[in-house]
Design a protein around this ligand. Structure first.
Ligand SMILES: [Zn+2]
Length: 502
């Protein structure tokens, strides 16, 4: 095993150029959730060239696919997200706001590097499996529309994980680490409340109209009063996606999109019921109609597998953090100052393995629909060090590092750890058994999975279509061309790092 793991490390190192090109390519696409068309096309082509069988249009989602290689047990699912963030377009390697295409989306979290981690690891291990005749199946899959919590529950419903023994997820971060148990990640339901009123001339005969926008505003006001009487762990936020057409027409339709988050399934369902009652109340007050409550996405709170996390941590310790250059640290520090934080630079000490957070200590937080997968098959999420600590996530700041040597070295480090954990699972049947024992006897002993979306809900694949259509042609000019340029920085003629003059 030691020898095979050393070989996996060497193979991942020799694929560093491949890893870098994939990371840069996806960065340049910068596509939003459910619109990851270029991204998926590119990844599918790479995987087919590597001999994977690719099923497309999985779960009725045009940008979803599952790529399979190998035969027999164990079946190892390798997942990573694909999508970007609105208005996060940013020149990589530049430590101040400088968009490639103003207003356009971009990889303001770093979802462009996760597939490179998994696919590099899969290729490295596959070569070893082929040579040594090691049995097992690798299943690479994409976290489509993670920002909308839009796809993974549907993958579960479509049976993507039915025969899977273990799922290894990879997610960008600023350190190399994993965790087990439940964290402060929340469950979530994403729901669109749509109201219908009656239009009228807003000056000539306003009394004849009933404003759907009034219902939206009253709902928001009521929710903000109610917020005082909700648990501290909840998170809820909304945007008005339809606020009417123009001021002199009483808005006939209006809708508001809420993300409602709580620590577990029952409390999240309760939050949705509260919000729905408030929406009904707002409709009653305004004599409008609550036309529909459409669920656009959902997520269970992740619970990660302890034996798998412990095995992965041994591999993580063997890999360690990348060696950062002065240029990497200069970029990181300049950006940390720009963000108004402490300029401590990049991580130089490995995080330790984090365990479950007791219910009474949870403070609430973000969500990730890997939660749904984690309640169906033993799962862990590898955090890999492709980004800079201390920045504002989901903004242009966390895009800066994502097509630079920081992202590339972080992805290579992640791929090494992932490849070694795949070898553990392939060759140590006892590890898979103990993963399932933990899953059955500890994790799901008192809590079983039921999806948060309803039986008749469908993936919200229309999301982001207009936004993407608005910017795609302008963004296309900046797609990375690896046949002409060694790196994306070179193509963009960006000096690395570019920082403000002191
Ligand atoms: Zn993410």
């Amino acid at each position: 095993m030691t020898r095979l793991k050393e070989e996996a490390i060497r193979r991942v190192d020799s694929l560093a150029r491949f890893t870098r090109q994939m990371t840069d390519q996806l960065f340049s696409y910068g596509e939003l959730g459910f619109q990851e068309g270029e991204t998926s096309r590119y990844l599918i082509d790479v995987l087919r060239r590597e001999g994977f069988t690719v099923e497309e249009n999985v779960a009725g989602i045009p940008t979803a696919w599952v790529a399979t290689w190998g035969r027999g047990r164990p079946v190892i699912a390798l997942g990573a997200d694909l999508d970007g963030i609105p208005q996060a377009s940013q020149k990589p390697g530049v430590a101040y706001r400088d968009p490639l295409v103003p207003g356009a989306p971009g990889h303001g979290e770093g979802h462009n590097a996760g597939q490179a981690v998994n696919i590099t690891a899969a290729i490295a291990v596959k070569r070893i499996m082929q040579r040594d005749g090691i049995q097992g199946t690798l299943k690479v899959w994409p976290g489509v529309a993670e920002e909308q919590l839009g796809a993974k529950a549907y993958f579960v419903r479509a049976g993507v994980f039915r025969d899977v023994d273990v799922c290894l997820f990879a997610h960008v971060d600023d350190n190399l680490a994993t965790s087990w148990g439940s964290s402060s990640y929340n469950a979530l339901v994403s729901v669109l409340f749509s109201f219908e009123g009656r239009s009228a001339h807003a000056a000539g005969s306003p009394w004849a109209g009933r404003s759907a926008l009034d219902a939206v505003q009253l709902m928001d006001i009521a929710w903000n009063f109610r917020r005082e009487h909700l648990r501290l762990q909840q998170r809820s936020h909304s945007v008005i996606v339809d606020g009417g057409d123009q001021p002199n027409v009483v808005p006939q339709t209006a809708s508001v999109w809420y993300y409602l988050r709580e620590t577990d399934y029952p409390r999240t369902v309760e939050l949705l019921e509260t919000a729905t009652r408030i929406a009904e109340g707002a409709a009653m007050m305004t004599e409008t109609k609550l036309a529909s409550t459409r669920i656009l996405g959902s997520a269970w709170p992740p619970h990660f597998n302890r034996p798998l996390a412990e095995a992965a941590t041994r591999n993580i310790q063997r890999v360690g953090l990348p060696r950062w250059t002065d240029a990497d640290q200069t970029l990181a520090r300049a950006l940390q100052r720009e963000s108004g934080g402490n300029d401590r630079g990049l991580a130089t000490r490995l995080d330790t393995l984090a365990g479950t957070i007791p219910e009474e200590q949870k403070r609430g937080g973000g969500s990730d629909d890997i939660g749904d997968v984690s309640w169906n098959v033993p799962t862990i999420s590898l955090r890999f060090p492709s980004n800079i600590p201390g920045l504002r996530w989901h903004s242009w700041e966390t895009a800066v590092a994502m097509a630079t040597p920081i992202a590339h070295k972080g992805a290579t480090a992640g791929a090494k750890a992932q490849a070694m954990t795949i070898l553990d699972i392939l060759l140590d049947r006892a590890l898979v058994d103990s993963a399932w024992r933990y899953f059955r006897d500890v994790q799901t002993k008192d809590m079983q999975y039921k999806p948060l979306m309803r039986a008749n809900d469908r993936p919200a694949t229309h999301l982001n279509a207009e936004l993407m259509a608005k910017y795609r042609e302008q963004m296309r000019r900046y797609y990375y061309d690896p046949t002409r340029y060694e790196t994306y920085l070179e193509q963009l003629r960006i000096a690395y790092p570019t920082v403000r003059a002191p």
